[in-house]
Design a binder for this molecule. Sequence first.
Ligand code: PEP
Ligand code: MN
Length: 354
Amino acid sequence: MKDLLPIASYTSTPIIIAGPCSAESREQMLTTARALKAEGISIFRAGAWKPRTSPGTFAGVGAVALEWLNDVKKETGMLTATEVANHTHVSLALQAGIDILWIGARTTANPFAMQEIADTLAERGATDVAVLVKNPINPELELWIGALQRIYNAGIRRLGAIHRGFSVYGHHLYRNVPQWDIPIELHLRYPELPIFCDPSHIGGKRELIEPLSQEALNLGYDGLIVETHCDPDNALSDSAQQITPRRLAEIILRLHKPATLSGSENLAALRARIDTLDTELLKILSQRMEVCREIGRYKRDNNMKVVQAERYNDVISSRIAEGVDGGLGEDFVRRLLLSIHDESVRQQIRILKD
Ligand code: PEP
Ligand code: MN
């Protein structure tokens, strides 16, 4: 994904996109937009068609929201952004002159829908519109990249990604767990691609917006997309995570924006990767010890010795060769394996004593 262009020609750093989850009325849109504009925000978002989990909940007002977005643009001069999920949405949004289209998490997860959107953009020769692709609901980087590539292949160069977290079953601190390692991997593979954080959908609650935004800026994200409503408590969708324009402005003021973006961005991104890899290493070691304990029980029940020298020597020499092949020092691999082996023996002896 080369030769990308800026999402918008004039923007703040970080780029802030704000506005309600859903367009509800012309009044709600204009009231929110005026307040945002007064706080210095220049890109307004609002969902016209809402992909709701359950039927019977507010599904958006539809195409009329595009007219309201244009009213916002005319009055405030803000750029406009809305979600598209199919051919009709894209056609109508392009016709209305919306500046930024975003693809929702459920749509990114569906290659047929993504191709339909890409084909519509290509047919219309819509090369100037910006498109932001949210991560799919499931934690699958390749699916996210595939969706971005479909849009890129349709000729879109104002292209970006939105990290909105990943769906998991059960109750968690977050509505959608962030799994920062996934967008970090995306960034390492496509350093040119701007990444936005959507703290509203990750957190699902107002109080998580600030810490999540800070985390994103520490990692060098290019922008934030934050659900903002003139009357959050009475919002027709995602009420618990929407904040007022005033509150957003206060948060933005408090956010620390790392000064040396590229240096700290890379360092923070790489450190986050190390954290994830260390966690994986420890998880794998625990799983290995679990298998060792299983073997320990077998040896106990069959009156076998804990340390079997022949097996041990085989393991050490084959592993050392593997490690050296992977660029690790021979001595390091030997010491590492000895240490793992010592721990395995300790765990097996404990089983014998049980
Ligand atoms: C939204 O941005 O309002 C939205 C529906 O988000 P997501 O696709 O991340 O659930
Ligand atoms: Mn929402």
